[in-house]
Design a protein around this ligand. Structure first.
Ligand SMILES: *Cc1c(COP(=O)(O)O)cnc(C)c1O
Length: 478
């Protein structure tokens, strides 16, 4: 059972700012400077969710459609560093970062400063009507930071799905070909085209068809569940991919291959080493545009600025979104100048795309990453998590696999030591136990049997350790 910190009480009324929860206490051991101003403690003063959150949830049920779920329905009044504070005064440890968004911190100092100043200057012009410098500065930064030293261009959009849609538009325009190839377990978004590109039916696709045509799917080189074993995975998956492209689709009909360098919603599947390198080389020979969907993996999350760097991959196009602007809506497509420039004037853009407040937030995020050395910090978080979770897996039959890189780590749950069948029910029980103890974690995976951990890169060491302890106790209590 959790041990509430005695003497801490909830602040303010529902809908308040939570300002009284902001203290000037530091971030605690290990966290980079310039971090959060919230007390960096786990503190449970009610059950989770508490009475105020439950009252708000009742209002939500009358006002918001049932199709919107919540992983943990505690209503947030403040968040920063490694904690999320709710309307009842509970402070839970954050192993989610709003799905890999607030890596550089929630309301991080430089994000707040830059975005607030921009709010006071102007909130919108539409870049297609009157441009502004911050948009160009974000594009210059992404051109510089993404893999490859060729000439690049970047276009800004609002979401990850929109970034993927635009990457496909650009690849089609540049090649004059219609087809798109994606992989098993892929997640690319919820719009019509990206739903078609996403692999998992329930809940993302069921009932929402008909889907966009010309989307093909090949097996992912997923080592843990490869039928003939992990050693054969890269070779056999590549052979199957090459056969599909050359014999079934026809390379001349394929505009783009779109792939997550580590799959996100699909369960943090790390492709077998060498697989992506061979896929990219194959595409290069055939004039197929390679698109790395780094919406979840990008922007320091995996211990590199971009996950592609780990294997030295240089994609033609790269999509980013989640972590780029600290939660303000911003996405981007960055890529080879000659491909990006293939779209005629007027073919790209949107009313809100590259909003000036979001652009300033992105510049603040990039400053936080650089000054807080958050790429290295992500690597360190990964080392700590992998060591603890691999030791846990040694003594826990329900854990079949531990994988991921940097601050993007998952464990896959199975029925037992001799039965690798997926165990989504175990995942749900561990998730519930973690939530009850004040640790926010997420599930993932085609079978719903993966627990994924995405702590903010600014989480202090003591909260990272405490969170891992909660996971260990949750398994001990199964
Ligand atoms: C989340 C995600 C998307 C979709 O991003 P949205 O901003 O939710 O539209 C696309 N690709 C990947 C890899 C993602 O993780």
């Amino acid at each position: 059972m959790p041990e509430p910190v005695v003497g801490s009480t909830a602040d303010g009324a529902i809908g308040g700012t939570g300002a009284a929860d902001r203290t000037t206490q530091g971030t605690g051991g290990g966290a980079p400077a310039g971090g959060p101003r919230l007390d960096q403690v786990r503190r449970l003063v009610t059950e989770v969710p508490g009475p105020r959150s439950r009252a708000l949830l009742a209002r939500q049920r009358d006002a918001v459609p049932a199709g919107l779920g919540s992983v943990l329905p505690v209503y947030v009044t403040a968040a920063g560093g490694g904690v999320v504070v709710d309307a009842d005064g509970n402070s839970v440890i954050d192993f989610a970062s709003g799905i890999a968004v607030t890596g550089a911190g929630n309301s991080a100092e430089r994000v707040v400063e830059r975005a607030s100043a921009q709010l006071a200057r102007f909130t919108h012009t539409c870049f297609l009507v009157n441009p502004y410098e911050s948009y160009v500065a974000v594009c210059e930064a992404l051109n510089r930071l993404t893999p490859g030293d060729h000439a690049k261009r970047t276009v800004l959009v609002n979401t990850g799905a929109e970034a993927v849609e635009n990457a496909v538009k650009i690849a089609r325009s540049a090649t004059g070909r219609p087809g798109v190839l994606v992989f098993d377990h892929a997640y690319h978004g919820r719009t019509l085209l990206t739903m078609a590109m996403t692999a998992k039916n329930v809940p993302y696709k069921q009932g929402f068809g008909p889907f966009a045509p010309e989307v093909h799917r090949a097996p992912m080189a997923a080592p843990f569940r490869w039928p003939t074993g992990a050693d054969h995975c890269a070779d056999e998956a590549f052979a199957q991919f090459a056969y599909q492209v050359d014999q079934q689709i026809g390379a001349g009909n394929l505009a783009a291959v779109v792939v997550e360098p580590i799959q996100g919603e699909g369960g943090f599947v790390v492709p077998a080493p060498g697989f992506l390198e061979r896929v990219f080389a194959f595409c290069r020979e055939r004039g197929i545009v390679t698109v790395a969907d780094e919406v979840q993996t990008g922007v320091a999350r995996t211990g590199d600025m971009f996950a592609c760097e780990h294997e030295g991959l240089v994609p033609d196009l790269i999509t980013t979104a989640k972590g780029i602007a600290g939660g303000l809506p911003l996405g981007a497509v960055t890529g080879r100048a000659e491909i990006m420039d293939a779209v005629p004037a007027g073919g790209l853009g949107g009313t809100f795309s590259g909003n000036p407040v979001a652009c300033e937030a992105a510049l603040g995020v990039l400053a936080e990453i650089e000054e807080g050395r958050l790429v290295e910090r992500a690597g360190r978080i990964g080392a700590v998590m992998l060591a603890r979770l691999r030791a846990l897996a040694e003594r826990t039959e329900a854990i079949g696999d531990v994988r991921g890189r940097g601050a993007m780590i998952a464990i896959e749950l199975v029925q037992g030591a001799d039965d690798p069948a997926p165990a989504p029910e175990t995942a749900r029980r561990v998730l519930a136990a973690c939530h009850a103890e004040g640790l926010l974690v997420l599930t993932a995976g085609t079978h719903g049997n993966v627990l994924r951990f995405l702590p903010p890169l600014v989480i202090p060491d003591h909260l990272l350790d405490e969170g891992l302890g909660i996971i260990e106790r949750a398994f001990a209590g199964l």
